[in-house]
Design a binder for this molecule. Structure first.
Ligand SMILES: [Zn+2]
Ligand SMILES: [Zn+2]
Length: 236
């Protein structure tokens, strides 16, 4: 009897709140086939370090990576930050939707398999206290948790902390972005030491934030750091 009531409860919930596509608002799926088709995936011709697309370039490593100290081994992103995925990420940011996170984590599982990184644990770029207060949760963890379920890797959410306030990176130049996040993070040595760590974020632009997190992790004696994001913005 109890299980019947339970099931009835779920059916009622689904009836009252059927999922809506985060990319186009169509009823039925969390990220529909048509939106998946329209998502522009990043494939060939990328910087081998930071993953930035640079079609037609001769060098395998971009100018920025050649002139900046990079603390992670590789950074990769699934798709360009435009069209339906941009909308879906916006939704993930403002609505704690683990169902959507699970759907969007699937391409990240593939990306991990393709790159064949050897990873001990997953963590996320932390939000600052004010943003966490406003929003109540870290959207990157909505991707990290399903990624962990699917790969069997543990998520250690508390490994990196913000130790000072930063401005939003939106609208800042490359140099300003670097300055804004330099020294902004501290990693817990007893959690990081000797570990190969995957840092996840929803969107990357220049990679300064993930690089700063990687620097903190390496200072805490992590063995290596990789970065993964759902999308990549090519506009500063
Ligand atoms: Zn859709
Ligand atoms: Zn690069």
């Amino acid at each position: 009897m109890r299980s019947r009531i339970h099931t009835w409860g779920w059916e009622t919930l689904d009836f009252l709140f059927p999922p809506r596509c985060a990319g186009c608002d169509k009823w039925g799926e969390r990220y529909c086939a048509s939106c998946q088709e329209q998502t522009k995936i990043i494939s060939s011709s990328i910087c081998q370090v930071c993953g930035e697309p640079h079609p037609g370039a001769i060098s395998l490593v971009c100018q920025r990576c050649q002139t900046t100290e990079i603390f992670y081994i590789n950074l990769r992103s699934w798709a360009y930050f435009e069209g339906p995925i941009q909308k879906a990420i916006h939704k993930l940011k403002y609505k704690r939707d683990l169902g959507l996170g699970e759907k969007l984590a699937l391409p990240l599982v593939n990306l991990l398999q393709v790159n064949n990184w050897d990873i001990d644990l997953i963590t996320a770029v932390p939000l600052d206290a004010a943003r966490k207060r406003d929003r109540g949760f870290n959207q990157s963890l909505c991707l990290a948790r399903p990624l962990a379920w699917k790969t069997g890797l543990p998520v250690v959410a508390s490994i990196i902390k913000r130790i000072r306030k930063t401005k939003s990176q939106v609208g800042l130049s490359l140099e300003e972005r670097k300055i804004n996040v330099t020294g902004a993070f501290l990693a817990e040595k007893k959690l990081a030491k000797g570990k190969s760590i995957l840092v996840i974020d929803d969107v990357v632009t220049t990679g300064s934030t993930i690089n700063s997190c990687a620097e903190a992790l390496m200072k805490a004696e992590a063995s290596k750091v990789y970065g993964i994001t759902l999308a990549r913005s090519t506009r500063l």
